[in-house]
Design a protein around this ligand. Structure first.
Ligand SMILES: NC(=O)c1ccc[n+]([C@@H]2O[C@H](COP(=O)([O-])OP(=O)(O)OC[C@H]3O[C@@H](n4cnc5c(N)ncnc54)[C@H](O)[C@@H]3O)[C@@H](O)[C@H]2O)c1
Length: 262
Protein backbone atom coordinates (compact mmCIF):
# COMPACT_ATOMS: atom_id res chain seq x y z
CA UNK A 1 0.00 0.00 0.00
CA UNK A 2 1.28 3.45 -0.86
CA UNK A 3 1.29 5.75 2.15
CA UNK A 4 0.54 9.42 1.61
CA UNK A 5 3.27 11.88 2.52
CA UNK A 6 2.27 13.01 6.02
CA UNK A 7 4.02 16.17 7.15
CA UNK A 8 2.11 19.42 7.23
CA UNK A 9 -1.33 18.17 6.28
CA UNK A 10 -4.34 20.46 6.71
CA UNK A 11 -7.66 18.78 7.56
CA UNK A 12 -11.22 20.08 7.92
CA UNK A 13 -13.80 18.11 9.93
CA UNK A 14 -17.45 19.20 9.85
CA UNK A 15 -19.46 18.37 12.96
CA UNK A 16 -16.14 18.12 14.82
CA UNK A 17 -17.27 19.72 18.08
CA UNK A 18 -18.50 16.47 19.64
CA UNK A 19 -19.13 12.77 19.09
CA UNK A 20 -17.45 10.94 16.22
CA UNK A 21 -16.20 14.15 14.56
CA UNK A 22 -14.43 15.26 17.75
CA UNK A 23 -12.79 11.83 18.08
CA UNK A 24 -11.59 12.08 14.44
CA UNK A 25 -10.11 15.54 15.11
CA UNK A 26 -8.29 14.28 18.19
CA UNK A 27 -6.95 11.20 16.35
CA UNK A 28 -5.57 13.31 13.49
CA UNK A 29 -3.88 15.65 15.98
CA UNK A 30 -2.40 12.71 17.92
CA UNK A 31 -1.02 11.26 14.70
CA UNK A 32 0.32 14.65 13.60
CA UNK A 33 1.98 15.23 16.99
CA UNK A 34 4.29 12.27 16.29
CA UNK A 35 5.50 13.88 13.06
CA UNK A 36 8.10 16.62 12.56
CA UNK A 37 5.53 18.83 10.87
CA UNK A 38 2.18 18.57 12.65
CA UNK A 39 -1.29 18.20 11.21
CA UNK A 40 -3.43 21.31 11.38
CA UNK A 41 -7.10 20.54 11.94
CA UNK A 42 -10.04 22.89 11.48
CA UNK A 43 -13.32 22.08 13.25
CA UNK A 44 -16.51 23.40 11.64
CA UNK A 45 -19.69 23.12 13.69
CA UNK A 46 -22.87 24.92 14.76
CA UNK A 47 -22.23 24.14 18.46
CA UNK A 48 -20.36 27.25 19.62
CA UNK A 49 -19.91 26.25 23.28
CA UNK A 50 -18.79 22.67 22.57
CA UNK A 51 -16.61 23.92 19.69
CA UNK A 52 -14.87 26.53 21.87
CA UNK A 53 -14.41 24.02 24.73
CA UNK A 54 -12.91 21.41 22.36
CA UNK A 55 -10.68 24.08 20.83
CA UNK A 56 -9.29 25.13 24.23
CA UNK A 57 -8.68 21.55 25.31
CA UNK A 58 -7.05 20.51 22.01
CA UNK A 59 -4.91 23.66 21.73
CA UNK A 60 -3.50 22.96 25.20
CA UNK A 61 -2.63 19.40 24.18
CA UNK A 62 -1.49 19.93 20.59
CA UNK A 63 -0.49 23.60 20.25
CA UNK A 64 -2.35 26.81 19.41
CA UNK A 65 -1.48 26.82 15.72
CA UNK A 66 -2.53 23.24 15.09
CA UNK A 67 -6.25 23.43 15.77
CA UNK A 68 -8.95 25.93 14.87
CA UNK A 69 -12.70 26.19 15.37
CA UNK A 70 -15.12 28.16 13.22
CA UNK A 71 -18.87 28.39 13.55
CA UNK A 72 -20.29 26.90 10.36
CA UNK A 73 -23.77 25.72 9.47
CA UNK A 74 -23.27 23.38 6.51
CA UNK A 75 -26.75 24.29 5.26
CA UNK A 76 -25.56 27.88 4.73
CA UNK A 77 -23.99 27.25 1.34
CA UNK A 78 -22.21 30.57 0.94
CA UNK A 79 -20.76 30.58 4.48
CA UNK A 80 -19.57 26.97 4.13
CA UNK A 81 -17.97 27.47 0.69
CA UNK A 82 -16.37 30.80 1.70
CA UNK A 83 -14.91 29.21 4.86
CA UNK A 84 -13.32 26.37 2.88
CA UNK A 85 -11.87 28.89 0.41
CA UNK A 86 -10.45 31.04 3.26
CA UNK A 87 -8.95 28.01 5.03
CA UNK A 88 -7.26 27.01 1.77
CA UNK A 89 -5.99 30.57 1.24
CA UNK A 90 -5.02 31.48 4.82
CA UNK A 91 -3.48 28.19 5.98
CA UNK A 92 -2.16 27.65 2.47
CA UNK A 93 -3.83 24.40 1.47
CA UNK A 94 -6.50 21.80 2.14
CA UNK A 95 -5.46 18.13 2.10
CA UNK A 96 -8.14 16.23 4.00
CA UNK A 97 -11.87 16.99 4.00
CA UNK A 98 -14.08 15.02 6.37
CA UNK A 99 -17.79 15.60 5.77
CA UNK A 100 -19.04 14.20 9.07
CA UNK A 101 -21.84 16.55 10.24
CA UNK A 102 -25.14 14.72 10.36
CA UNK A 103 -28.50 14.54 12.12
CA UNK A 104 -31.48 12.22 12.32
CA UNK A 105 -34.71 14.19 12.56
CA UNK A 106 -37.72 12.66 10.85
CA UNK A 107 -39.92 15.53 12.16
CA UNK A 108 -37.84 17.92 10.07
CA UNK A 109 -36.90 15.62 7.22
CA UNK A 110 -36.10 18.45 4.82
CA UNK A 111 -33.48 19.81 7.23
CA UNK A 112 -32.07 16.28 7.56
CA UNK A 113 -31.64 16.21 3.76
CA UNK A 114 -30.07 19.69 3.79
CA UNK A 115 -27.48 18.71 6.41
CA UNK A 116 -26.77 15.06 5.62
CA UNK A 117 -26.92 15.10 1.84
CA UNK A 118 -26.75 18.64 0.41
CA UNK A 119 -24.17 19.73 3.02
CA UNK A 120 -21.92 16.76 2.22
CA UNK A 121 -22.30 17.20 -1.55
CA UNK A 122 -21.45 20.90 -1.19
CA UNK A 123 -18.42 20.18 1.04
CA UNK A 124 -17.19 17.52 -1.39
CA UNK A 125 -17.63 19.66 -4.50
CA UNK A 126 -15.97 22.74 -2.97
CA UNK A 127 -13.07 20.72 -1.51
CA UNK A 128 -12.66 19.00 -4.89
CA UNK A 129 -12.33 22.38 -6.61
CA UNK A 130 -9.64 23.45 -4.14
CA UNK A 131 -7.72 20.15 -4.21
CA UNK A 132 -7.76 19.26 -7.92
CA UNK A 133 -4.20 19.05 -9.26
CA UNK A 134 -5.34 19.98 -12.77
CA UNK A 135 -6.66 23.24 -11.24
CA UNK A 136 -3.51 24.07 -9.28
CA UNK A 137 -4.32 22.18 -6.04
CA UNK A 138 -2.24 19.50 -4.28
CA UNK A 139 -4.70 16.59 -4.46
CA UNK A 140 -5.99 15.09 -1.22
CA UNK A 141 -8.53 12.86 0.49
CA UNK A 142 -12.27 13.39 0.96
CA UNK A 143 -14.09 11.15 3.43
CA UNK A 144 -17.87 11.24 3.65
CA UNK A 145 -19.66 9.86 6.67
CA UNK A 146 -22.49 7.55 5.69
CA UNK A 147 -23.74 4.71 7.90
CA UNK A 148 -24.88 1.11 7.84
CA UNK A 149 -28.21 2.90 7.22
CA UNK A 150 -26.71 3.85 3.83
CA UNK A 151 -26.72 0.20 2.82
CA UNK A 152 -29.86 -1.26 4.37
CA UNK A 153 -33.21 0.00 5.65
CA UNK A 154 -34.03 0.62 9.32
CA UNK A 155 -37.60 1.06 10.50
CA UNK A 156 -38.70 4.60 11.40
CA UNK A 157 -35.68 6.52 10.04
CA UNK A 158 -36.55 6.65 6.35
CA UNK A 159 -35.13 10.11 5.57
CA UNK A 160 -31.91 9.37 7.45
CA UNK A 161 -31.59 6.13 5.44
CA UNK A 162 -32.30 8.00 2.19
CA UNK A 163 -29.58 10.58 2.88
CA UNK A 164 -27.03 7.95 3.87
CA UNK A 165 -27.86 5.79 0.81
CA UNK A 166 -27.47 8.98 -1.26
CA UNK A 167 -23.98 9.56 0.13
CA UNK A 168 -22.89 6.06 -0.88
CA UNK A 169 -23.98 6.63 -4.50
CA UNK A 170 -22.57 10.16 -4.56
CA UNK A 171 -19.15 9.24 -3.14
CA UNK A 172 -18.79 6.17 -5.38
CA UNK A 173 -19.54 8.35 -8.39
CA UNK A 174 -17.04 11.04 -7.34
CA UNK A 175 -14.43 8.27 -7.00
CA UNK A 176 -15.33 7.11 -10.51
CA UNK A 177 -15.09 10.68 -11.86
CA UNK A 178 -11.58 11.05 -10.46
CA UNK A 179 -10.38 7.61 -11.59
CA UNK A 180 -8.81 8.55 -14.92
CA UNK A 181 -8.57 12.27 -14.26
CA UNK A 182 -5.53 14.05 -12.96
CA UNK A 183 -7.27 15.26 -9.80
CA UNK A 184 -5.08 13.39 -7.32
CA UNK A 185 -8.05 13.00 -4.98
CA UNK A 186 -9.23 9.86 -3.20
CA UNK A 187 -12.88 9.61 -2.20
CA UNK A 188 -13.96 7.41 0.70
CA UNK A 189 -17.28 6.64 2.31
CA UNK A 190 -17.55 5.18 5.83
CA UNK A 191 -20.55 3.09 6.79
CA UNK A 192 -20.29 2.31 10.51
CA UNK A 193 -22.84 0.44 12.58
CA UNK A 194 -24.10 2.14 15.78
CA UNK A 195 -21.65 4.11 17.92
CA UNK A 196 -22.54 5.40 21.40
CA UNK A 197 -23.10 9.13 20.75
CA UNK A 198 -25.92 11.68 21.11
CA UNK A 199 -27.15 10.69 17.65
CA UNK A 200 -27.55 7.01 18.46
CA UNK A 201 -29.65 7.97 21.52
CA UNK A 202 -31.87 10.00 19.18
CA UNK A 203 -32.20 6.95 16.89
CA UNK A 204 -33.20 4.84 19.89
CA UNK A 205 -35.92 7.36 20.80
CA UNK A 206 -37.31 7.29 17.26
CA UNK A 207 -37.25 3.53 16.69
CA UNK A 208 -38.08 2.42 20.25
CA UNK A 209 -35.88 0.29 22.54
CA UNK A 210 -37.04 -3.11 21.23
CA UNK A 211 -36.40 -2.41 17.53
CA UNK A 212 -33.17 -0.58 18.39
CA UNK A 213 -31.87 -3.63 20.31
CA UNK A 214 -32.88 -5.88 17.40
CA UNK A 215 -31.09 -3.59 14.89
CA UNK A 216 -27.93 -3.46 17.02
CA UNK A 217 -27.90 -7.25 17.29
CA UNK A 218 -28.55 -7.65 13.54
CA UNK A 219 -25.61 -5.37 12.68
CA UNK A 220 -23.12 -7.06 15.02
CA UNK A 221 -23.32 -4.87 18.14
CA UNK A 222 -22.33 -1.30 19.00
CA UNK A 223 -18.95 -0.12 17.78
CA UNK A 224 -16.48 1.64 20.08
CA UNK A 225 -15.50 5.16 19.10
CA UNK A 226 -11.83 4.14 19.43
CA UNK A 227 -12.33 1.25 16.99
CA UNK A 228 -13.98 3.59 14.51
CA UNK A 229 -11.26 6.25 14.75
CA UNK A 230 -8.54 3.65 14.09
CA UNK A 231 -10.31 2.62 10.87
CA UNK A 232 -10.81 6.29 10.00
CA UNK A 233 -7.08 6.93 10.29
CA UNK A 234 -6.27 3.91 8.09
CA UNK A 235 -8.64 5.18 5.41
CA UNK A 236 -7.11 8.66 5.51
CA UNK A 237 -3.49 7.47 5.47
CA UNK A 238 -3.54 4.63 2.93
CA UNK A 239 -4.22 5.27 -0.68
CA UNK A 240 -5.91 2.13 -1.97
CA UNK A 241 -9.05 2.72 -3.95
CA UNK A 242 -11.13 1.68 -0.99
CA UNK A 243 -14.18 3.73 -1.55
CA UNK A 244 -16.60 2.13 0.83
CA UNK A 245 -15.89 0.71 4.28
CA UNK A 246 -18.48 -1.08 6.37
CA UNK A 247 -17.22 -0.82 9.96
CA UNK A 248 -18.46 -3.28 12.60
CA UNK A 249 -17.07 -4.31 16.01
CA UNK A 250 -15.91 -7.54 14.37
CA UNK A 251 -13.86 -5.73 11.70
CA UNK A 252 -14.01 -3.80 8.46
CA UNK A 253 -15.24 -4.89 5.09
CA UNK A 254 -13.87 -2.85 2.20
CA UNK A 255 -15.89 -2.78 -0.97
CA UNK A 256 -13.57 -1.85 -3.82
CA UNK A 257 -14.40 1.09 -6.02
CA UNK A 258 -16.29 0.14 -9.15
CA UNK A 259 -14.07 0.30 -12.22
CA UNK A 260 -14.95 2.48 -15.16
CA UNK A 261 -16.52 0.39 -17.92
CA UNK A 262 -17.00 2.96 -20.66
N1 LIG B 1 -23.50 7.42 16.18
C1 LIG B 1 -23.76 6.47 15.31
O1 LIG B 1 -24.24 5.40 15.65
C2 LIG B 1 -23.44 6.68 13.85
C3 LIG B 1 -23.36 5.54 13.03
C4 LIG B 1 -23.09 5.70 11.68
C5 LIG B 1 -22.88 6.96 11.17
N2 LIG B 1 -22.98 8.05 11.99
C6 LIG B 1 -22.76 9.37 11.39
O2 LIG B 1 -21.64 9.96 12.01
C7 LIG B 1 -21.75 11.38 11.95
C8 LIG B 1 -21.49 11.96 13.33
O3 LIG B 1 -22.52 11.55 14.19
P1 LIG B 1 -22.37 11.42 15.78
O4 LIG B 1 -22.86 10.09 16.14
O5 LIG B 1 -21.04 11.86 16.23
O6 LIG B 1 -23.52 12.46 16.24
P2 LIG B 1 -23.46 13.80 17.11
O7 LIG B 1 -24.85 14.30 17.15
O8 LIG B 1 -22.74 13.56 18.38
O9 LIG B 1 -22.53 14.75 16.21
C9 LIG B 1 -23.00 15.37 15.03
C10 LIG B 1 -22.26 16.69 14.89
O10 LIG B 1 -22.75 17.34 13.70
C11 LIG B 1 -22.98 18.71 14.01
N3 LIG B 1 -23.96 19.32 13.12
C12 LIG B 1 -25.30 19.06 13.06
N4 LIG B 1 -25.89 19.89 12.19
C13 LIG B 1 -24.91 20.67 11.67
C14 LIG B 1 -24.90 21.72 10.72
N5 LIG B 1 -26.02 22.14 10.14
N6 LIG B 1 -23.73 22.31 10.41
C15 LIG B 1 -22.58 21.91 11.02
N7 LIG B 1 -22.53 20.93 11.94
C16 LIG B 1 -23.68 20.32 12.27
C17 LIG B 1 -23.50 18.67 15.45
O11 LIG B 1 -23.46 19.96 16.06
C18 LIG B 1 -22.55 17.65 16.07
O12 LIG B 1 -21.37 18.24 16.52
C19 LIG B 1 -23.15 11.67 11.40
O13 LIG B 1 -23.06 11.95 10.01
C20 LIG B 1 -23.87 10.36 11.62
O14 LIG B 1 -24.95 10.19 10.73
C21 LIG B 1 -23.24 7.93 13.31
Amino acid sequence: MEKISLPGKVAVVTGGARGIGKAFVQRLLEKGAKLPSHFQVVILDILKDEGEASLKDLQEKFGRDNVYFYYCDVTNGKLFEDLLKSINKDIGKLDIMVNNAGVCNEDDWEQTIHINLIGVIRGTKQATELMRRDKGGNGGVILNMSSIAGLEPFKGIETYCATKHGLVGFTKTMALNSEDADWGIRYHCMCPVGVDTALVHKLKQITGQEYFDHAVEKTGGLLSIEGLTEEFLKMILYSDNRCLAIVKPTGVQYLEMEKKTN
